[in-house]
Ligand binder design. Structure first.
Ligand code: ATP
Ligand code: AH0
Length: 380
């Protein structure tokens, strides 16, 4: 009997540049029938300082010009193309081997409830036409706005991918992303119960901003500076009074709400900077544990899969373990997915969903009126 030819793996690329603005992550994944998506290769393209500053300025700009937007978008898109080429070269692949690239774009503003009674919007800088031209690949982009049009928050989108990746098990599973912002996904053991998820608030965004203001570098390596400070409980209570932390899901947030000026409004000016850093780490952890309690008030023993850059912050992880004694903290590496690649993988998977006309959102998470096929296709 002849051995059937090995099925050609269906390769997708996911491009993610998150709210931390630390760089562009590229994940090459393969999708084969009846198996969870597999991570094949990765590449991280660091964000040059000039682009980092330009994007950060746009995130907090009260006014900007079309020329500035176009300049940043063009530089961002060219960096994405460079990142794609680096990964393809590393793997000896050509654009023909790639079914599609899923491009998240760079979020510069997220206002799912609008501003001052205006329409809801979410804005990701992206130029999928140029990316298709520069890479020779089909590009899928603009994933969030269809969910928003259907009445959803447009975020978080990763929970649908978490479900495809980790599957349902006989125990309760939580997936926690610790990026600039934190979002949690709950996969109940009972498959009749919907997957839930929402943004819990800032994860690293304030830690990074406060660190950059007082120390050298973009982030607090392993949380060493935070660990050197003392938690200021009065400040923590003032920060936790923010209404976002008490909103029921669906909810999502961004830099429009949580930024340095928001923090400074609550400071007396007498705090030692390291104590503020320790308090910000505690704010991240307490807002996450309160969010988890909203989902699971009885605090059952759960497996908590932690991903995103914050999983490398050992101080943050120790505080999380302290406040969640009945949870087993684990890494997604056990599933073949190191913590840093889940989000980029999610956008590769979302591109696959789009090409196959399958939904990308979970209405139980975003609050959309129904399942929707997300994103637009840009042929090479
Ligand atoms: N070794 C480390 N020690 C401490 N913090 C770290 C370490 N490595 C990464 N981080 C933190 O993780 C952040 C980057 O995380 P990640 O790349 O997951 O964010 P993102 O994808 O940009 O954000 P989001 O998920 O909100 O879109 C850094 O800005 C830093 O704060
Ligand atoms: C608007 C936006 O870009 N939101 C991001 C951000 O970063 C984390 C959290 O806030 C999450 O809601 C989302 O990203 C991931 C990829 C998501 O949609 O699941």
């Amino acid at each position: 009997m002849k051995t059937p030819p090995a099925a050609t793996p269906l390769y997708y690329l996911g491009l993610m540049s998150g709210t931390s603005l630390d760089g562009i992550d590229v994940a090459l994944i393969s999708i084969e029938p009846s198996a969870p998506p597999r991570l094949v290769a990765t590449h991280a393209e660091p964000m040059p300082d000039a682009l980092h500053s330009a994007l950060l300025a746009l995130c907090h700009a009260e006014q900007t010009s079309f020329a500035e937007l176009a300049f940043a978008e063009d530089a961002f898109c060219k960096l994405q193309a460079q990142a794609v080429k680096a990964l393809l070269n590393k793997q000896g692949l050509s654009p023909d081997n790639i079914c599609a690239i899923g491009s998240h774009g760079q979020t510069v503003e997220h206002a799912p409830s609008g501003h001052h009674g205006g329409p809801a919007y979410t804005l990701q800088l992206d130029n999928p036409s140029l990316l298709a031209e520069l890479t020779g690949c089909t590009v899928v982009a603009d994933f969030r706005r269809r969910d928003l049009a259907a009445g959803g928050q447009a975020a978080p989108l990763a929970p649908a991918f978490h479900q495809a990746l980790f599957g349902r098990h006989t125990h309760e599973q939580l997936i926690l992303n610790l990026g600039g912002f934190a979002n949690v996904t709950w996969m109940p053991r009972d498959t009749y119960q919907p997957v839930m998820g929402f943004d819990t608030g800032p994860a690293n965004v304030l830690l990074d901003a406060w660190f950059a203001e007082h120390q050298t570098g973009r982030f607090d390596q392993s949380g060493a500076w935070a660990a050197s400070g003392k938690i200021d409980h009065a400040l923590l209570s003032r920060l936790l009074a923010e209404p976002f932390f008490h909103q029921p899901p669906p909810r999502s947030t961004g830099r429009e709400l949580f930024h340095l000026a928001w923090l400074k409004q609550q400071l007396t000016g007498k705090e030692a900077p390291a104590d503020v850093q320790a308090t910000l780490a505690e704010l991240t952890v307490i807002s996450i544990t309160q969010g988890i309690e909203q989902l699971l008030p009885e605090r059952p023993s759960v497996t908590l899969i932690t991903c995103g850059g914050g999983a490398h912050n050992s101080y943050l992880m120790a505080r999380l373990a302290h406040h969640l004694p009945s949870a087993t903290l684990t890494s997604p590496s056990a599933y073949g997915w190191p913590e840093d690649w889940i989000e980029a993988g999610a956008f590769a998977w979302l591109a696959h969903q789009r090409l196959h006309l399958k939904p990308g959102n979970l209405p139980s998470v975003t609050g959309a009126q129904g399942y929707r096929v997300l994103g637009g296709i840009y042929a090479p």
